[in-house]
Design a protein around this ligand. Structure first.
Ligand SMILES: CC(C)(COP(=O)(O)OP(=O)(O)OC[C@H]1O[C@@H](n2cnc3c(N)ncnc32)[C@H](O)[C@@H]1OP(=O)(O)O)[C@@H](O)C(=O)NCCC(=O)NCCS
Length: 170
């Protein structure tokens, strides 16, 4: 079971198929997917991908969380994920994606914090990783604010990604 998280401003709810259209609208903005690999531009494939990621059978306590304001939960503010890397593992990755209107207000960092804490305190994971395009300065800053550390770079389809990791605090 994925828990619900609340922060000062936000509520994080397990993603459901009812969030699909909001996810697709977000993913159809090329600025949002600029540094992310995915089936962008193919509407049918993208819908199938988003739905399959929502319905996948992740390990207990993992998955995607939809972010909303506690004060106005009607507005879709994106998602946080905690899943096996590339949905296969064995490493567990954390990730974030917000619609452009929600950028620049500290929402990604605030939303990811309780998910990371859950990964260590409740799931007792030894380590959480992230892989971020080296040009994606905003996302790397989120990772660093959360305490993730750079541990190297990898080449991917002509782009360079930075690998980040954070170990369970002792
Ligand atoms: C990356 C993303 C999640 C950040 O969301 P956000 O809510 O704006 O992030 P936060 O406000 O919590 O933190 C962003 C930090 O990066 C900084 N930042 C953002 N863009 C920047 C840029 N181009 N150059 C330098 N710093 C930048 C912000 O100033 C902030 O740092 P600060 O708190 O020290 O000022 C959002 O831009 C997004 O969804 N992008 C598209 C999807 C994506 O790339 N996801 C990550 C894939 S790895």
């Amino acid at each position: 079971m994925q828990p619900v998280f609340e922060t000062q401003r936000l509520i994080l709810l397990p993603r459901t198929l009812a969030d699909t259209d909001d996810c697709l609208a977000m993913d159809n903005d090329p600025e949002v997917t600029r540094f992310v690999v995915g089936p962008w531009g193919d509407r049918l494939k993208l819908r199938a991908f988003v739905e399959s990621r929502t319905l996948a059978n992740y390990p207990a306590g993992m998955g995607y969380w939809t972010i909303r304001f506690r004060a106005d939960p009607t507005e879709f503010l994106g998602w946080i994920l905690l899943i096996p890397a590339d949905a296969s593992g064995p490493e567990i990755e954390i990730g974030w994606r917000l619609p452009r209107k929600a950028w620049g207000a500290g929402i990604a960092t605030e939303a990811a914090r309780p998910v990371l804490q859950h990964a260590f305190a409740r799931l007792e994971l030894p380590e959480v990783v992230a892989e971020i395009d080296a040009r994606n300065v905003g996302s790397m800053r989120v990772a660093e604010k959360l305490g993730l550390m750079r541990r190297g770079e990898v080449g991917h389809e002509g782009a360079v990604s930075v690998r980040y990791t954070v170990l369970r605090p002792r």
